[in-house]
Design a protein around this ligand. Sequence first.
Ligand code: 13P
Length: 245
Amino acid sequence: MSKLIIANWKMNGSVEQIERDVSIYAKCIYTNNPSVILALPNIYLYIASQIKNKLGAKFSLAAQDVSEFINYGAYTGEISATMLKELGTKYLIIGHSERRAYLNETEDSLVNKIDNALNEKITPVFCIGESKSIRENGKYINFLDNQLRILLQVKSSFDKLVIAYEPIWAIGTGVVPNGEQICEVLKLIKAFVQNYLPHAKITALYGGSVSGVNAYEILNLPEVDGVLVGGASLKPDDFISICTY
Ligand code: 13P
């Protein structure tokens, strides 16, 4: 099965860049594939979905967040899973460490967001990851297990579930954990899902400083079902070379 390669553009891009890159990805054999997923700012998601439909492109689209409120209502500035679904959004990143840190996302809001995604049949990409100090004091397994336990509060049932391990110390730093460290956590994730959510089909990703240079090695680790790419996903040459694993 193809591995999932998710481009998380974060708060980057422009109309010009979207039009250019989406057309490139639609024509490239390595990226015009449902397992290649572009997670774009919502406003560009709309443009990308239009170009995708026009070109009949096969890559998938994702949003980087979703409202914790359901469907429609008086929630100024919010965008619901229902609205994102209408644009053809197949995946939703939920609980990225940047949102947990800068937007103060609470456990309750993460649970609601996951429920909202599942209600619209959008696959959640739930992110977990420890800080440098937690890694260094050796308590990371317990910390990650607690982050995973948020999933047990979700009311809807999981059919498919993507979990991304993104250690905070590896995001945007150029520092990448070694293969053993990545596999240790992805094994933990898979064992957790097998124990507590046995009906969910789990896809476990690694994210943090993935580049055209290190992607081949990471994607060929036994536990890695895909990668979540930040900075390198903004440059089509780098992103395409990641997708050629
Ligand atoms: P970088 O690839 O820039 O380290 O970002 C990783 C990330 O946060 C993806 O969600």
